[in-house]
Design a binder for this molecule. Structure first.
Ligand code: COA
Length: 374
C-alpha cells in the first residue's frame, strides 16, 4: 500500500429478515454503528462508497450514492460500486485507491442489501445478473444450479463424498452460535445437512447461503490510526460465464488476487492465521481454501474436517461464514473484513484475510488485515 490505511471503525446490522426496516434504515444503522465505534464525527467523512447489487430490482431504488450521502449532515461526495456478491470488497478497493491517491483521508464504505421483500423466484432471477445473460441465463439455470454443477464436477474429480461435504456447513453453524449478528445461530449436524431438502444436486438446503437483509460499514482512514491496518487490497476478474472456462473446480481470479495480495503485504501465506472466505455454497468453501493456497487441490475438505474435530490448522470463517451469518450480497465483503478484524483482535493474531467474490468467482477481492498490536 502506498499509504498506511487503517480500519478506524466498523458497524453491522444483524443479517436476517428485516420486514420492518427499509434499505435506508439498514444503511443508517450500520453507518451510525461504524461512526460510534470510531469515535469520529460524521463531518470527518470525506467520501462514501456504497456497495449494492439489487436495489433497482428488489427495492425500486437507484441513486444509492446520494441516498447514503443524505445520511450525513454535510452531504459528502458518494458513489456506488457493483460487482454482484463481490461488491463489498470492490467498494473497499475503490476506497483504498482514493485514500492512496490522497483524494480522501477518511472514507465510509457501506454495503447494504434488502433481499427478502421480493419473492424467492424474483430474487433468484435477479441474482442471475451475476452470471452471463447470453451464455448462462437462457438455459434457466440459477446460482444454486451453477454451484450444483461445480459440486458435481468437483466430487467426480476428487472423490469428495456427500457426507464429507456436509461437515462444511456444520462447522459454519457451530462458529456462528456466539455471533449476535448471524442470520442463523443454531447448531447443525452433518447428518442434518445431508438430510435437508435437495436444491440442486448435490447441493441441499443447508449447503446454501440464505437470502438475507443486512448492512455493514467500514471506516477506512489515513488520518485516524487504529490497531487494524489494511496490509493489501487486490482485485482480479474472470469470465462471467463458467462455460468459457477451462475448469470449473477452481477460481483463477482468487489465485491471482491472492498472489498479488501476498506480494503487496510482503508476507508469506503461512503468516495468515485467520480467513473469512466466500462460502456462498459449501462446495465454494472447499474450493476457496485450495485456491487461496491453504490446501492442495482436492484436499480443501481437510481444513473443515480438522475444524469439526476441534483442532483447526487455520481459523476459517470463525464468524459462521455466509452460510450461517447470511448473505445480503453486497454487504458480505465488508462484513468479512469486519469479522476478520474481530478475530485478529480476539485471538491476538497478526495477519488475517477477507476473500469475497461476485458470480462464480468472476470478480474477486482480497484484503489482508494486520493487527499491529499482535
Ligand atoms: N440455510 C438454512 N436455513 C434456510 C436457508 C438456508 N440457506 N434458506 C432457507 N432456510 C430456512 C428458512 O429460514 C425457512 O425456515 P422456517 O420455515 O423455519 O421459516 C425454511 O428454511 C424455508 O425457507 P424458504 O425461504 O422457503 O426457502 P427457499 O426454498 O425459498 O430458499 C434457497 C432456499 C436455498 C433456494 C435460498 O436460500 C437460496 O436461493 N439461497 C442461495 C442464494 C444465492 O444464490 N445467493 C448468491 C450466491 S452466489
Amino acid at each position: 500500500m502506498r499509504q498506511d490505511i487503517f480500519l478506524a471503525g466498523s458497524g453491522l446490522t444483524r443479517f436476517g429478515e428485516w420486514w420492518e426496516k427499509s434499505l435506508r434504515d439498514l444503511m443508517s444503522e450500520a453507518a451510525t454503528a461504524a461512526l460510534r465505534s470510531s469515535g469520529m464525527s460524521p463531518l470527518e467523512i470525506d467520501l462514501v462508497v456504497v456497495a449494492n447489487m439489487l436495489a433497482e430490482t428488489a427495492n425500486d431504488q437507484a441513486g444509492l450514492g446520494a441516498l447514503a450521502s443524505s445520511l450525513f449532515p454535510h452531504r459528502p461526495p458518494a458513489l456506488r460500486v457493483e460487482a454482484a456478491c463481490g461488491s463489498g470488497s470492490l467498494a473497499l478497493h475503490t476506497a483504498c485507491a482514493f485514500l492512496e491517491s490522497g483524494r480522501a483521508k477518511t472514507v465510509l464504505v457501506l454495503g447494504a442489501e434488502k433481499m427478502t421483500d421480493a419473492p424467492a423466484n424474483a430474487v433468484a432471477e435477479a441474482l442471475m445478473g451475476a452470471a452471463d445473460g447470453e451464455l448462462d441465463a437462457p438455459s434457466g439455470i440459477t446460482f444454486p444450479g451453477i454451484f450444483g454443477l461445480i459440486g458435481q464436477r468437483y466430487m467426480h474429480e476428487y472423490d469428495l463424498t456427500r457426507e464429507q461435504l456436509s461437515v462444511v456447513s456444520a462447522v459454519h453453524h457451530r462458529n456462528a452460535m456466539d455471533n449476535p449478528f448471524a442470520h442463523f445461530r443454531q447448531e447443525l449436524s452433518p447428518e442434518a445437512v445431508s438430510a435437508s431438502p435437495l436444491v440442486s444436486d448435490p447441493l441441499r438446503l443447508f449447503d446454501c447461503s440464505p437470502v438475507s437483509d443486512g448492512a455493514a460499514a467500514c471506516i477506512l482512514s489515513t488520518a485516524r490510526r487504529s490497531p487494524l491496518r489494511i496490509a493489501a487490497s487486490q482485485v482480479a476478474s474472470d469470465t462471467l460465464s463458467i462455460t468459457e472456462r477451462p475448469t470449473i473446480v477452481s477460481f483463477p481470479a482468487t489465485r491471482e488476487a491472492m498472489s498479488r495480495a501476498l506480494l503487496e503485504a510482503g508476507i508469506e501465506r503461512s503468516d495468515i492465521r485467520a480467513v473469512e472466505t466466500h462460502d456462498c455454497f459449501s462446495i465454494a468453501a472447499v474450493i476457496n481454501v485450495e485456491d487461496l493456497g491453504f490446501a492442495r487441490e482436492g484436499e480443501g475438505i481437510r481444513l473443515y474436517e480438522e475444524a469439526y474435530a476441534g483442532h483447526p490448522s487455520l481459523f476459517v470463517n470463525m464468524s459462521g461464514g455466509l452460510k450461517a451469518c447470511g448473505h445480503p450480497v453486497a454487504a458480505t465483503g465488508l462484513k468479512q473484513l469486519i469479522d476478520a478484524g474481530k478475530h485478529l483482535e480476539r485471538a491476538s493474531i497478526r495477519y488475517g484475510l477477507a476473500h469475497n467474490f461476485g458470480g462464480a468467482g468472476a470478480a474477486c477481492g482480497i484484503h489482508i488485515l494486520e493487527n499491529i498490536e499482535a
